[in-house]
Design a protein around this ligand. Structure first.
Ligand code: NAD
Length: 497
């Protein structure tokens, strides 16, 4: 029997008593490297009870001490970046550089959490009426929870619990069952940084454990990142249970290429943004919309993407790794087959990809389609594989219509030398994160991750100021202190101060 992944409950790594175990496999070989338990109802209960008890003391810890915890944590994460990346490589198959980037983008959020004193400043107005002042504080909510996807096993959990905990909350995290070991390392380092017992809990499992979170009366707020259907389910069920929910979901991101753009920049950007990380990124560019004469670059784009090849993380020449599971690979392959059936032209076909020495890996080679139309499944569905679909339109207005008609709105990018075109695009496009000559415009953590439309359900987004608002409640105080200069007034029968 391989190792069983432990929960982290009440400050300790504990073995589960569950008999429901899910194998964690190396996606390059299918070797089972661990088993992850589905937490029992009792384990779920203990985790929430411990978080609830820890909240009573943690919320009273001075904000500067909470900030210092985050400083120590960021430091430890940096020291252990390569070790965490190695776990990501083994359970998810990312290349080493990409896995290090996954950790780094999370560390940046922890650094932001170390700024919590200024992020938690309230507002004040003196003399809202004669000798009366109004001021507001923001205070933590209590026990918050996070449910995370497989594709960024370090960054996305780090989007959630550091800021929530820096705000004074305690946190229950349910990571993806497909790569659960990365989060255990994050929890171990958090304890090592000095996080008090109970402030962070990690419970493993799948749908049943998510349902336990959604229905638990003591969980006040839920952060979710994952696929569209699950995101909608979590938003609807969580809010139905009167919880605060932010749900980041799937995407279909377009890059618009104007004919005045720099061709080489476009080609390079499209290679990395479409097939990098095996296309398993919610901000991957999966649709390239070529405007006018820019379409003549499509063969060069396909040729450049064709030079890229997947491989195992130990191979320094591998551009990206395998799909997370045989099921994910089969889904990508069936969408490629459907694209061909529906009449798109597959100018680069990665369906039959082999990697020497790894016959059982979930490989999909880089794939490019031309003549794609918006009624095709390869356009409508998030493929989440190394597949670029391309389209041609006559004008920027026509490109805007394609992008704005999409039900998703996570990210988009425009490549152009024209400030006027870029300005028009950023102003009119109905997407929450826009890159101008930047292919994957994920904002740094002093901003927020602001997906729109079907890519996000909720109000306040991840990290930055919006996350602090999400994880806190505002308390507004209106105060008057009597002294001899203030005349005693009679009863006030109106609503005026
Ligand atoms: P997923 O929806 O399958 O799983 C996400 C989480 O939900 C996991 O923890 C899983 O255990 C749980 N879950 C799965 N099925 C469930 C169900 N029926 N009921 C309750 N919980 C369930 O997503 P995934 O395949 O792990 O991740 C890939 C998806 O995540 C892609 O669609 C990608 O676009 C999206 N994603 C979005 C963002 C964003 O910021 N918008 C970022 C990263 C990933």
């Amino acid at each position: 029997m391989t190792q069983q992944v432990k929960h982290f409950i009440d400050g300790e790594f504990v073995s589960s008593t569950s008999d429901k175990l899910i194998p964690v496999t190396d996606p390059a070989t299918q070797e089972v490297i661990a088993h992850v338990p589905c937490a029992t109802p009792d384990e779920m209960h203990r985790a929430v009870e411990s978080a609830k008890a820890a909240f009573l003391t943690w919320k009273e810890v001075p904000v500067s001490d909470r900030a210092r915890l985050m400083m120590r944590y960021a430091h430890l994460l940096k020291e252990h970046q390569a070790e965490i990346a190695d776990i990501i490589c083994k359970e998810l198959g990312k290349t080493v550089e990409d896995a290090k980037g996954d950790v780094w983008r999370g560390i940046e959020v922890v650094e932001q959490a170390a700024n919590i004193p200024s992020l938690m400043m309230g507002e004040t107005v003196e003399n809202v009426a004669r000798s009366i002042d109004t001021y507001s504080y923001i205070q933590p909510l209590g026990v918050c929870a996070g449910i995370t996807p497989f594709n960024f096993p370090a960054m996305i959990p780090l989007w959630m619990f550091p800021l929530a905990i820096a705000c004074g909350n305690t946190f229950v995290l349910k990571p993806s069952e497909q790569d659960p070991m990365t989060v255990n390392k994050l929890a171990e380092l958090f304890a090592q940084a000095g996080a008090p017992k109970g402030v962070l809990q990690v419970v493993h499992g799948a749908k049943e454990q998510v349902d336990a979170i959604l229905h638990h009366p003591d969980i006040k707020a839920i952060s979710f990142v994952g696929s569209v259907n699950v995101g909608q389910y979590i938003y609807k069920t969580g809010t139905d249970n009167l919880k605060r929910v932010q749900a980041f979901a799937g995407a279909k991101n377009h890059m618009v290429i104007m004919p005045d753009a720099n061709k080489q920049q476009v080609v390079n950007a499209l290679v990395g943004a479409s097939v990098g990380a095996a296309g398993q990124r919610c901000m991957a560019i999966s649709v390239a919309v070529f405007v006018g004469d820019a379409a003549k670059w499509i063969p060069d784009v396909a040729a450049a993407i064709g030079k890229v090849r997947p491989g195992v993380y130990t191979d320094p020449d591998a551009a990206y790794g395998p799909q997370i599971s045989p099921q994910a690979r089969a889904r990508v392959l069936s969408l490629i087959a459907q694209g061909k059936k529906e009449g798109a032209t597959c100018v680069l076909d990665g369906s039959d990809c082999k990697v020497e020495g790894y016959p059982n890996g979930n490989w999909v080679g880089p794939t490019v389609f031309t003549n794609v139309t918006t009624d095709m499944e390869i356009y409508k569905q998030e493929i989440f594989g190394p597949v670029l679909t391309t389209m041609q339109v006559d004008s920027l207005d026509a490109a805007l219509k394609v992008v704005n008609d999409s039900p998703y709105g996570n990210g988009t990018s425009i490549y152009t030398a024209s400030g006027a075109a870029a300005r028009k695009y950023q102003h009119e496009v109905e997407v929450g994160q826009i890159g101008i000559n930047i292919p994957i415009p994920v904002p740094l953590p002093f901003f927020s991750f602001t997906g729109w439309k079907g890519s996000f359900y909720g109000d306040q987004h991840a990290y930055g100021k919006q996350a602090v608002r999400f994880y806190t409640e505002t308390k507004t105080i209106t105060a008057r202190w009597f002294n001899d200069d203030i005349p005693v007034s009679g009863p006030n029968m109106s609503i005026n101060l």
